[in-house]
Design a protein around this ligand. Sequence first.
Ligand code: FAD
Length: 317
Amino acid sequence: MKVIEHYENSTEPLISFEIIPPKRGGAVQDVFKSLDRVVEEVKPPFIDVTYHAAEAYVEELPDGTLKRRVRRKRPGTIGLCAAILHRYGIDPVPHLICEGFTKEESEDALIELNYLGIHNVLAIRGDNTGSQVSLNLNGTVNKYAVDLVKQIRNMNHGDYLEDIVNAEPTNFCVGVAGYPEKHFEAPNLDWDVKKLKDKVDAGADYVVTQMFFDNAAYFQFVEKCRENGIDVPIIPGLKILSTENHLKSLPKYFYLNIPDELTAEVDANPASVKDIGTEWSLNQCQELLDNGVPGIHFYIMGDPQPALNVISGLRGR
Ligand code: FAD
């Protein structure tokens, strides 16, 4: 089923998850071990799987020469999505990124997903990881997520990149990313919300937000989106602070603010960071649910336990 249909058909807020594929060479069984618990305890309607751009790095060869290499650290998004559908019968949502892909490669990936019976995609730009090969690609690259959304919408109308007569239309539901604290490259939130509106006008069915720790940012963001005519569901994305290091790493990698109050609580009692993070997230979820959010999307990366603790805490309230 399409993600948007899950939201439209549900009378309850939906709990969903986002996972990352294992590192190259890692065991998919480890992902299944986590997902077995998630599925048993929550049975989410859909599970997102992130996509990872290839990264450039320099390797020193035995003779001392340096070689520039490019490789994807976490390959296998589409395969993992197929495995999730097969193993759990739960709708997987692969992320597709613009970064490092030509439009032709994106079209190939979408054809593959269509054959697999996967009809949901989160269309994302990705970030520059230094892997872009400096070929003259003559405009065959999607620069922004909105360009990828347009490409998917075109395929849904049977318009592939080449003029193919009687091409089979695809049937994808498309999600996009939104940023309550604005995207780090955007000059201001108003400007960023207008760019989000472009993605929705291009055919995005729903928005998932970047993680945030202050609900006020989400509520103001949603208000601004509505004022700008964005009327699709805006799903709050949450991560649970569970290590002291998160106080530094989350703002660094995701360009978000951690409220002073939360920082002060952890600073005062670092040994209890897991409990503090759980309690904070519980209160965040409760307030979001009380205010009628369509669902909550948990970023669990490799470890579902913090999110499962919060969900069981919510049930106990
Ligand atoms: P866009 O919507 O393209 O926006 C990027 C920036 O460009 C914004 O500042 C926007 O305001 C600006 N912009 C948009 N259109 C234009 C235009 N026409 N002209 C000028 N400026 C413009 N990264 C991964 O690598 N893999 C993942 O799987 C992944 N999943 C994610 C899931 C979610 C829910 C979120 C919130 C983020 C995810 N990311 C992922 C991170 C994402 O790749 C980065 O945040 C990236 O920097 C922006 O992606 P986007 O799709 O929001 O980009």
